[in-house]
Design a protein around this ligand. Structure first.
Ligand SMILES: [Zn+2]
Length: 143
């Protein structure tokens, strides 16, 4: 099993939902792969926070909100850079910015399927903000 396959079954592994054979495979992979071990750790902490077994649907929403937050953070960074950069320096600044601020690997597992990713990426800013408002409303009504 490669890392991608392992990460797909981490939730099942946590819930003891795999065959004994697969359980052993995942376990030995986690012992030898720091990346997957870290994802596993984060996933476990997330579940302890909820104090109930995580389900695919809940997990999916968590990751979706995470993706949305990442995008907001990215927009904020862009705005800050442009606000303080004199106009003449914009092209140079932008080059430097893109060079030094390449996206870092995310510390939280993101399992969005490619269809959802494409959907999020293709939204206009206005559509994205509308979506964001809906998510906020949903989170508020859940509290
Ligand atoms: Zn791995």
């Amino acid at each position: 099993m490669n890392c991608e396959e392992i990460r797909e079954v981490l939730i099942d592994y946590l819930n003891n939902d795999l065959d004994p054979e697969e359980m052993a495979l995942v376990q030995s992979h986690l012992q030898s792969c720091p990346g997957c071990a870290r994802e596993f750790q984060i996933l476990k902490e997330m579940i302890v926070c909820c104090q109930e077994p995580i389900e695919y649907r809940e997990c999916y929403i968590e990751e979706f909100v995470y993706e949305v937050r990442t995008r907001i953070a990215r927009q904020k960074r862009m705005r800050t850079v442009f606000r303080y950069l004199p106009i003449a320096l914009v092209p140079i600044g932008l080059g430097l910015f893109l060079f030094f601020h390449r996206p870092k690997p995310s510390p939280v597992p993101v399992y969005l399927d490619s269809e959802t990713r494409v959907m999020i990426d293709s939204l206009s800013d206005q559509e994205f903000n509308t979506l964001l408002d809906r998510i906020r409303q949903v989170s508020l009504s859940e509290e």
